[in-house]
Design a protein around this ligand. Structure first.
Ligand code: 2AM
Length: 178
């Protein structure tokens, strides 16, 4: 199955993020109930791999923490805005958790993308980007205050691709404890 590891967002945060939606040509906004903070994307994993991975993930010890939103932006950059996101402050407990999750993934024999972890929540994807429109989104973000985000667990998700879009199903959650 196709897997990723993420932090789920409470409804209040998802509502606030959905309030940043604006009129950008061709933008596909992530459905509100699917907004999440990705810690690691694994791609296809077989049943043995899932068993190895869940074993390692369940041995992670990390404390709960609170995150605050930071600036918004786009990937790969302002001149070609394919992905619109809202960033999170680089809280050290988040970075430590991500490092432990990444180690659990590679120790389970799976590869991760080479990119360094950059905490963000993807709000929209744009097939044919028009750089001149992205300012609307960035301005809107500056005008709105986003609530902070209490993180008490992380979750292994399955992502099924369908013609109507991805379906995300939680496979297992891993609590954080002090
Ligand atoms: P991101 O958009 O938040 O960066 C589930 O598909 C999640 O995995 C996506 O939200 C995406 O995170 C992340 N991801 C990273 N690399 C991916 C890839 N090659 N294909 C699909 N999703 C990927």
């Amino acid at each position: 199955m196709r897997l990723f590891i993420a932090i789920e967002l409470p409804e209040q945060v998802r509502n606030a993020l959905a309030g940043l939606r604006c009129d950008i040509h061709g933008a596909r906004w992530v459905p509100k109930d699917q907004l999440h903070l990705t810690l690691a994307f694994l791609g296809e994993v077989d049943d043995d791999g899932v068993a190895r991975l869940t074993g390692r993930l369940s041995r992670i010890h990390a404390p709960p923490f609170t995150l605050r939103f930071g600036e918004s932006g786009c990937f790969p950059g302002r001149r070609r805005p394919r992905v619109l996101w809202v960033g999170l402050e680089h809280e050290s407990r988040l970075l430590h958790l991500a490092a432990k999750v990444h180690a659990a993934v590679t120790d389970s024999g799976m590869a991760l993308e080479d990119r360094p972890f950059s905490p963000h929540i993807t709000l929209a994807r744009i097939k044919v980007p028009r750089p001149e429109e992205v300012g609307i989104f960035l301005d809107r973000h500056l005008q709105k205050k986003l609530p902070s985000l209490a993180v008490r667990e992380f979750i292994l998700f399955q992502s099924q691709l369908t013609p109507e879009g991805a379906i995300h199903t939680p496979i297992r959650s891993f609590p954080l404890a002090a």
